[in-house]
Design a protein around this ligand. Structure first.
Ligand SMILES: *Cc1c(COP(=O)(O)O)cnc(C)c1O
Length: 430
């Protein structure tokens, strides 16, 4: 067995072999340069083209290209008419933007635990979280895997709730053949650097519902929108944020959108190649990601999990398990694998939620009645807590233009580390 790189051995992967994400070529250069030479770099030709082509891609009727996925999520919340004192149900294991968008419109997030097999909101936990104030379920198709929508659709219908999709990581992720972004009333996608479709930074708000679109759009101006006869009351009409993006970014996003099918297929091929190798290796202490039969994962993140029971560490504290996981992650990084801990704690444990204070003076929780039935105690989210201390996320190294040769090298590096787990000593790895 070769010495682990973290203890001075030769790394399994040479850093210079790894190619950068996203691939840049003539398509990007020509479109960006053309946008730069247009008369205006504020919303015009290339933004319109991008929105048109993204609508076709996402199979939605309305789209607005904004400055980030978080802004698009905020437009979803406002678009659904959610405002002060309302509650929105959301998963406890996600990116903070999935819940801060709710706060931005003065509403209160109500968290639910995840399914231990995937890492997605557990539909069986949703009904217990519903109160008379609940207006929507915000589903997060995390790591590019769609939520289990059949039971969520049934609950939303029964309780007359809107469904908002955080599809920021879910470009072309499928549920029963249907695309993320068409599984609810409206959706947000991100074009941040780390996403499967990127323009450095940007986001897009999409929906098939004209009314939701118009209400969401009220956030994009200068707080000068007037209520109209058609929509007499916009909950946020006097409170805009200027979410517009620009032509150069739109042109870059357009280039990446046009090249997306190839990148998407490469990522799936790479994830499958890695998965196959790891399945064959049957490594003790390694739990592989699970793709339900009715879903097509886009493999935004390929997540490993450490099975602490299998390696006799079941009785250790969460903090000790977390330290061990961090050391394993560092050992993989030393082998040349680009990986990391994607989220160290559940959202309810983050400062803003523990303090229940976003706008000052305890708002929005201080809105009378808004906090009813809301309990952020971590003990309510055991599966999410476990996921946080046991996972390692593999991201960029599986993206195009890296191919299955690289994916197999990643598998070799993982095998090298997981066959020597007994040598991983957190005290020696800082
Ligand atoms: C990245 C991300 C966002 C926010 O997207 P930005 O473009 O960075 O604002 C929201 N939700 C999830 C799940 C994300 O991964």
């Amino acid at each position: 067995m070769q010495d682990l790189a973290i203890y001075g051995g030769k790394p399994a992967i040479n850093a210079s072999e790894i190619k950068n994400w996203p691939p840049i070529d003539k398509t990007d250069e020509e479109l960006v340069l053309a946008a730069l030479h247009e008369k205006s770099q504020a919303r015009s030709t290339y933004t319109a083209l991008l929105e048109k082509e993204f609508k076709a891609f996402s199979e939605t009727a309305y789209a607005y290209f904004c400055n980030c996925g978080g802004a698009a999520l905020h437009m979803c919340i406002a678009g659904c008419g959610i405002g002060a004192g309302d509650q929105v149900i959301v998963t406890s294991y996600t990116w903070p933007s999935s819940a801060s968008c709710i706060l931005h419109n003065m509403a209160v997030p109500v968290f639910v635990d995840i399914d231990p097999e995937t890492f997605l909101m557990d539909p069986a936990k949703i009904e217990a979280a519903i109160t008379p104030r609940t207006k929507a379920i915000l589903v997060v198709h995390l790591h590019g895997l769609c939520c289990d929508m059949d039971p969520i659709w049934a609950i939303a219908k029964k309780h007359q709730l809107k469904i908002i999709e955080d599809a920021c990581q879910a470009h072309n992720a499928l549920y029963k053949g249907k695309k993320a972004g068409t599984l609810g009333d409206c959706a947000a996608f991100s074009f941040n650097q780390n996403k499967c479709m990127t323009s450095g930074e940007a986001g897009i708000f999409v929906t098939n519902d004209r009314e939701i679109f118009d209400r969401g759009m009220t956030l994009t101006g200068f707080s000068d929108m007037q209520p109209t006869k058609a929509a007499p009351e916009f909950p946020a009409y006097a409170f805009a944020h200027k979410f517009a993006n620009n032509e150069i970014t739109a042109a870059y996003a357009l280039a990446q959108l046009r090249k997306f099918p190839g990148y998407y297929q490469q990522l799936i091929d790479n994830a499958h190649a890695l998965h196959e190798e790891l399945l064959k290796a049957k490594l003790k202490g390694l739990k592989l990601p699970y793709e339900p039969a009715n879903c097509t994962h886009n493999w935004y993140n390929y997540n490993l999990r450490i099975d602490f029971d299998a390696i006799g560490m079941g009785a250790k504290t969460n903090a000790e398990k977390s330290q061990f996981r961090n050391a394993v992650c560092k050992a993989l990084q030393a082998e040349g694998v680009i990986c990391g801990v994607w989220q160290r704690c559940i959202l309810p444990e983050m400062t803003i939620f523990r303090a229940k204070n976003a706008y000052g003076h305890g708002y929005p929780w201080a809105v009378p009645g808004a906090d009813d039935g809301v309990d952020y105690a971590p003990a309510n989210f055991p599966n999410a807590v476990k996921y946080c201390y046991s996972h390692i996320a593999i991201v960029q190294i599986l993206r195009a233009p890296n191919d299955t040769t690289m994916a197999r090298k990643v598998a070799e590096a993982i095998k090298k580390v997981f066959t020597q787990l007994e040598k991983i000593d957190p005290a020696k790895i800082s």
